[in-house]
Design a protein around this ligand. Structure first.
Ligand code: NAD
Ligand code: APR
Length: 282
C-alpha cells in the first residue's frame, strides 16, 4: 500500500532527478544516537561546546579525540537499516538520485549508496590540523571501506581508563590523537564542528542537486542547523516536490508538500516500492 497521497506517489514515480537529504534520524534505527532527540540525543548527554568545536579540541584534544573514537566504534558496530537500503534501492531505480547527508557515519555507503555528499564530513576521514587539504586517514581501521588509506602513528595504544571520570563523556575515554607521519601535525576528526564552515565543494554540489531535482526527500533531520537546513528550501524554491519523513514536526514542515509522520526504516521501503512498481509498469 502506498504511504503517499496518490498525487505525491505519481509525482515521485515521474521523478527523473531525486535528492535524498538525510540527518541523524536516518541512522537512529541503526542504533546510532541522534543529536537532539530528547531521550537519545547526543548533546543531551554531552556538552556540545566541550566536544564538537575547534576550541574544545585545542583545549583538550584527548577528550575530543576519545569521544570521536567512541562514536566511530558505535558506527562500526551499527548496521545500515532498511531506510539506508531503501535509499540505495531508489538510487538504482532512478539513476539521477543524489544523496546529501549531514551524517558523519558511513551507513549510506555500507548500504550501497554510491557517493553520498557529506556536508559535515565523516568520522572515517580524519585530517591534519596543519593542512585541511591533506587527509591523514588511518590505514588500520579496515573495517570501514570509506576509510582512505594513509598513514599515521597510532598513538592510541590501548588507552587506560581515564582517571578523571567527571571530565569525560560516559562512554568515551581520553585518547591522544595521532600525529600525521607526513607532516607531524596533530590529526583531528574530519567532521565540521560548530562554528566551522562546511566544505565548499560539498555544499555547492548539494545546492546544485537541490536546484535541479524534481523531488527532494528530507529524512530524519530536525532542520535547525544552517546552512545545511537551507537545502530543502532551495529545492522548494526551485519548484521541486518536497516530501518529509520524520516522526516529529520540524521547522521544515512549512516547505514540504507532503509530511510523512514516520521513521526512515518504516517509510522509505514503501517509497522505494512505489518507485519499483512504477518502473515495472513502465
Ligand atoms: P553556525 O552558527 O556556525 O552557522 C552556520 C552558518 O549558517 C553561518 O554562516 C550562519 O550565518 C548560517 N546561517 C545561520 N542561520 C541561517 C539561516 N536562517 N539561513 C541561512 N544561513 C544561516 O553553525 P553551527 O550550528 O555553529 O555549526 C556549524 C556547522 O558545524 C554546522 O553545519 C553544523 O551542522 C556542524 N556541526 C557538526 C557536528 C558534527 O559532529 N558533525 C556537530 C555540530 C555542528
Ligand atoms: N526516522 C526518521 N527520523 C527520525 C527518527 C527515525 N527513526 N528518529 C528520530 N528522527 C528525527 C527526529 O525527529 C529529529 O527531527 O531525526 C531528527 C534528528 O535531528 P537531530 O538530532 O537534530 O539531527 P540532525 O538534524 O542531523 O542535526 C543536524 O546538527 O549537531 C549538528 O552537525 C550536526 O549534522 C548534525 C546537524
Amino acid at each position: 500500500e502506498s504511504v503517499l497521497p496518490a498525487g505525491a506517489a505519481e509525482l515521485l514515480g515521474q521523478a527523473r532527478r531525486i535528492v535524498v537529504f538525510t540527518g541523524a534520524g536516518m541512522s537512529a534505527e541503526s542504533g546510532v544516537p541522534t543529536f537532539r532527540d530528547d531521550l537519545t540525543g547526543l548533546w543531551a548527554q554531552f556538552d556540545a561546546e566541550r566536544l564538537a568545536t575547534p576550541e574544545a579540541f585545542a583545549a583538550d584534544p584527548d577528550l575530543v579525540w576519545g569521544w570521536y573514537e567512541w562514536r566511530r566504534a558505535r558506527v562500526r558496530q551499527a548496521q545500515p537499516n532498511p531506510g539506508h537500503l531503501a535509499v540505495a534501492a531508489i538510487e538504482e531505480l532512478v539513476p539521477e538520485t543524489v544523496v546529501v547527508t549531514q551524517n558523519v557515519d558511513d551507513l549510506h555507503e555500507r548500504a550501497g549508496s554510491r557517493a553520498p555528499i557529506h556536508l559535515h564530513g565523516s568520522l572515517f576521514a580524519p585530517r591534519c590540523v596543519g593542512d585541511a587539504a591533506h587527509p591523514a586517514a588511518f590505514p588500520d581501521v579496515a573495517t570501514s571501506q570509506s576509510a582512505e588509506s594513509g598513514e599515521w602513528q597510532d598513538q592510541s595504544a590501548e588507552p587506560e581508563k581515564a582517571t578523571d571520570k567527571s571530565a569525560e563523556p560516559d562512554e568515551g575515554r581520553r585518547i591522544a590523537p595521532p600525529c600525521c607521519t607526513r607532516c607531524g601535525a596533530l590529526v583531528r576528526p574530519g567532521v565540521v564542528w560548530f562554528g566551522e564552515a562546511l566544505p565548499e565543494a560539498a555544499l555547492a554540489a548539494a545546492v546544485e542537486a537541490a536546484t535541479a531535482c524534481d523531488v527532494l526527500l528530507t529524512v530524519g533531520t530536525s532542520g535547525v542547523v544552517y546552512p545545511a537546513a537551507e537545502i530543502p528550501r532551495v529545492a522548494a524554491r526551485a519548484g521541486a516536490v518536497v516530501i518529509q519523513v520524520n516522526p516529529e514536526p520540524t521547522p521544515l514542515d512549512g516547505v514540504c508538500d507532503v509530511n510523512l509522520r514516520g521513521t526512515a526504516a518504516g517509510v522509505l521501503p514503501a517509497l522505494a516500492a512505489t518507485l519499483q512498481s512504477v518502473a515495472e509498469e513502465a
